[in-house]
Design a protein around this ligand. Structure first.
Ligand code: NAD
Ligand code: WQD
Length: 340
């Protein structure tokens, strides 16, 4: 069976994708430097799938060891590239680390894919490339706006690097997946989001507050031009997101792609406000979440949600999980982390 190399595969989205790839019958190899994840994630994957995928603790920027890795697994037919640093705020403080890590690792990967004749890559992009779209819902033809952070800029630059590389090499095929806001955890509660330190993202902060680990949730602003004044996002279940990667890999291996580089928005098509997410979480879990409305967070855009038609109709993928079940899965994962 074909093997898929998953970089960043012990991370949040990567680990969920590894599970779905194994469930779909693919062999997998994970490469991760554990800079933002824990090797115990492999135990969770094994408990879910009954398979412990090979794991290589390598930095994707390490050309020599990555070269050895491709040589060790000559049956790699596709790469899913999750490995990156992803904290927007941190990227503002440490731009060079982000440019070196996120752009350097992609360049190394593309160079070695050419050397080892691996011709398919799925790239983790982000709706952040759109900035604040002029038209909502946002589709793949929306203009790419100047990035609001070095992190967002690395995603834009990496998309261009992939396009330019594909233009120079007709054998390379790529699918760029622009994720909206992934949330939730595997229904088994064996894997989930493991934020390091104080969570920057909404959902882990909500679940940690609900668990009493945080005093209260700060809602960053309720004076936006939205129904309840809080920002709107397109929150997508992480397992739904993972399944889209299996579909993308299969599309390239079956040579169904109509362009060398294809782009898909991965969202539900439904925008929800921060307060709607918060109130839904409280409703479905029965757990209170103390919160306080505070000032806006710098860099936040007001509202964004996907037009998922292209992914639905061309990729043949559609988000299935309800926001209620997704929020419950996040809570069950938090309870598991607390040893319940
Ligand atoms: P994550 O931090 O949980 O996973 C990333 C993994 O990559 C981690 O396990 C980390 O240890 C590893 N890693 C980082 N740099 C590496 C390197 N140089 N070599 C090897 N491993 C390295 O993040 P995630 O939420 O799973 O995101 C995965 C991808 O999706 C990232 O590229 C991120 O930018 C993108 N993305 C995430 C979101 C989101 O909200 N989580 C949204 C849009 C896009
Ligand atoms: C969602 C909403 C906050 C925390 C970021 C990155 C994006 C992608 C996903 C990597 C916003 C509000 C949050 C809190 C709050 N990451 N919020 N209190 O900002 O949409 O996207 O993560 O690719 O690139 O920008 O996600 O979860 O941080 O925030 O009120 O304690 O929740 O203001 O409106 P965001 P988020």
């Amino acid at each position: 069976m074909a093997r898929v190399l998953v970089t960043g595969g012990t991370g949040y989205i990567g680990s969920h994708t590894v599970v779905e790839l194994i469930n779909a019958g693919y062999d997998v190899a994970i490469v991760d430097n554990l800079s933002n994840s824990n090797i115990n994630v492999l135990d969770g994957i094994e408990k879910i799938c009954g398979v412990r995928p090979p794991f290589e603790n390598i930095d994707c920027n390490d050309y020599e060891n990555m070269d050895r890795l491709f040589g060790k697994y000559p049956d790699i037919v596709a790469v899913i590239h999750f490995a990156a640093s992803k904290a927007v705020g941190e990227s503002v403080e440490k731009p060079l680390m982000y440019y070196r890590n996120n752009i350097g690792s992609l360049i190394t990967l593309l160079e070695l894919m050419k050397v080892h004749k691996v011709q398919n890559i799925v790239f983790s992009s982000s709706c952040t490339v759109y900035g604040q779209p002029d038209i909502l819902p946002v589709d793949e033809n929306a203009p790419i706006k100047p990035a609001l952070s070095p992190y967002g800029n690395t995603k834009q630059i990496n998309e261009e690097i992939i396009r330019d590389t594909a233009h120079s090499d007709s054998n390379l095929h790529a699918i760029l997946l622009r994720y909206f806001n992934p949330i939730g955890a595997h229904p088994s509660a064996e894997i989930g989001e493991l934020p390091n330190g104080v969570p920057q993202n909404l959902l882990p902060f909500v679940t940690q507050t609900a668990a009493g680990l945080r005093k209260e949730l700060k809602v960053f602003g309720n004076d936006y031009n939205t129904s309840d004044g809080s920002c709107i996002r397109d929150y997508i279940n992480v397992v739904d997101l993972a399944k889209a990667h299996v579909v993308a890999v299969r599309r390239m291996l079956d040579k169904k792609a109509t362009e060398q580089v294809e782009v898909f928005n991965l969202g539900t098509g439904r925008g929800l406000s921060v307060l709607e997410i918060l109130n839904t979480f409280i409703k479905v879990t029965g757990v209170n979440v103390p919160y306080q409305i505070v000032g806006r967070r710098e860099g936040d855009i007001e509202k964004v949600w996907a037009n998922p038609d292209k992914a639905n109709n061309v990729l043949g993928w559609k988000a299935q999980e309800t926001v209620e079940d997704t929020l419950l899965s996040a809570w069950h994962w938090q309870e598991k982390l607390m040893g319940k």
